[in-house]
Design a protein around this ligand. Structure first.
Ligand SMILES: Cc1cc2nc3c(=O)[nH]c(=O)nc-3n(C[C@H](O)[C@H](O)[C@H](O)COP(=O)(O)OP(=O)(O)OC[C@H]3O[C@@H](n4cnc5c(N)ncnc54)[C@H](O)[C@@H]3O)c2cc1C
Length: 158
């Protein structure tokens, strides 16, 4: 698991129940996830956490067989043998161009109400760029339908 924020650690906890061993690589000197998640992670016997790790290369020919990272403290490269890599380093919504229009939260996500309406009358938003709770395909599709119905509702009333 690359990434020691909430998403990475939630996914690492999830994976630890399925696979033999999970290695978490975090770029920063410490994990960024909520302490309750870190506590749960460190209670698991089959998880190794490596901090200050700058992932350099995923190795393998037909299948992934390992990963090389640079220890940011010593500058040394290390190789970890593994069978799969999950990247959970976060995404920044591409919403800067909306500056001064619809309201966004500190992560840049567009704030919407339960019908997908933004702070600007007649403007609706859906999917990962909004402050919805989870970023998954089925959720963005559902919120797209919600925003469409919300927009339709707005149009027939205005
Ligand atoms: C590595 C990875 C793995 C994932 N795995 C899963 C999974 O297994 N299952 C699952 O359910 N979800 C998964 N997700 C999440 C899922 O991909 C998203 O929740 C979903 O794609 C969000 O849909 P969306 O339409 O809101 O945004 P997106 O799919 O990101 O679509 C936004 C679109 O808007 C375009 N765009 C951006 N800015 C502008 C602009 N200014 N003007 C015009 N167009 C613009 C972009 O190019 C893009 O095409 C994964 C995401 C990632 C990154």
């Amino acid at each position: 698991m690359i990434g020691g924020g909430n998403s990475g650690i939630e996914a690492a906890i999830d994976l630890a129940g399925i696979v033999k061993h999970v290695t978490v690589l975090e770029f920063a000197p410490e994990l960024k996830a909520d302490s309750v998640l870190q506590k749960r992670l460190y209670s698991l016997p089959n998880v190794t956490v490596i901090t200050n790790a700058a992932t350099k290369e995923i190795t393998g020919s037909d299948n992934v067989n390992g990963l090389t990272y640079t220890d940011r403290e010593t500058g040394e490269d290390h190789h970890v043998e593994l069978e799969g890599v999950f990247v959970q380093i976060g995404l920044i919504p591409n919403t800067d161009w909306l500056e001064g229009t619809v309201e966004r939260n500190r992560m840049g996500e567009i704030i919407v109400d339960k019908s997908g309406a933004t702070s600007m009358p007649g403007v609706f938003a859906a999917g990962d760029c909004t402050d919805s709770a989870y970023n998954q395909i089925i959720i963005s599709m559902g919120s797209g339908a919600t925003a469409s119905l919300g927009a339709f509702d707005y149009l027939i009333r205005n």
